[in-house]
Design a protein around this ligand. Sequence first.
Ligand code: ATP
Length: 447
Amino acid sequence: MTDTTVTSRPILGEAPPPELPAPSGGVHFRGIMRRYGGTGRPALDVADLHLPHRSFTVIVGPSGCGKSTALRVITGLETPDEGRLTINGVDVTATPPGARGVSMVFQDFALYPHLTVEQNIAFSLRLEAKHNRGRLGLLRRGAGGAGPSRGEISRRVTEACVLLGLADLRHRRPGQLSGGERQRVGLARAIVRRPSVLLLDEPLSALDAQLRQQARAELVRLHRELGNTVVLVTHDQLEALSMGTHLVVMNGGRVAQAGTPEQVYRRPADVFVAAFVGSPAMNLHLVEVTNGGGALAAPGLSARLAGPLTLPRAWLGWRPGDGVIEAGPDRAAAAGGLAGAGLAGAGLVMEGLVDVVEFTGDVVVVHCVSGAAAAGETGEWDAGPDEVGPARWAVTVPAQAGVPDVGTPLRVRVPARRLHLFDPVSGQRVDEIDDDADDLAVADEPT
Ligand SMILES: Nc1ncnc2c1ncn2[C@@H]1O[C@H](COP(=O)(O)OP(=O)(O)OP(=O)(O)O)[C@@H](O)[C@H]1O
């Protein structure tokens, strides 16, 4: 993780870091705690999180993990019970929302239905001008005073309309716009104030798939053109991984991991992040550590490790896109607990039967079962949290590569550098697999 990304209190870990000088730009959470009702588990508990100046940070996490609370703390709509928030080096913890240089776009865009596009976009600037003139006692004298003048407002509104392709829609009301157009008005209204920080709370969730795709590209382009700091909250895996320069994964009010999308995807810090980030989700198997710590085993699964793993069990993870399908084993091997052939192979070998084939366009997701499930035994198929057994797993293949039939035995090999190991008790990552290294924890070649 680079200096410009983020540090945070680990989910299971030590005390927060000592006082650090605030990074000069961007948004910095320092020991921020927000507890609704003053008791119980905090909705937000962030020891040290820096969203760099001019970055595009995407925040993801399950429902209720504190994403919106984090945005509301940045806007000033929510005051933390503890800690400090700095924006571009200035402590704004006690600064009112309107004076922070922050704009927020909400999920429903919150447009005024009786105002035209142009009036909606100009609204906050007009309010600001009126407020400032009134505050300075200049209203009666009719002077322009502080705040944008009428000409300035008109210029900025025109600029925002052009930037977001709304020039021809200026005189329409929100009810006469499509969802995508409304979304652009919401954005125009936020950027017209020239915020140094732009917050987007699931702004694309109301759009259909095609509009969403266009809107994603528009947001990325807008960020490039405006050069401000953007923070976007989403539930969408594609948005999480594709849009931002930085990704923050939250869980239970805390930052589970922060880094570039690639870092988080390729080296999840714990089993929660591993399971949460990525679609289709990472395959995770609770496995026995065997052979003096040098191998992993479970029904339908075999892996050879380079260095000893000093745990009796581990969570083993691999992404569906990292598996390479080999010639299928015989049905008995797939059903019975792994095939001896796999033991001599590369990092991990999985064997099972094709259960469901999911066509998604260019890629096919092949869902497999192994162990008892593959043998057709009745009862509980999925391994519970304390049971060893890779009952179900998935591998993706290009559609043109040919799709295996349901019921076909399948053998999949996963290179060592694409394996992930986690402590079954703490959930923390325990391997040291490095994308750039040939091999660290798991042997890549047969030994
Ligand atoms: N005003 C409030 N009073 C009491 N509890 C609240 C309040 N607002 C939020 N919470 C609680 O704080 C926690 C975090 O809520 P928050 O809205 O930040 O989550 P979120 O990650 O944005 O969820 P979602 O993805 O569902 O929008 C939740 O447990 C929620 O129930």
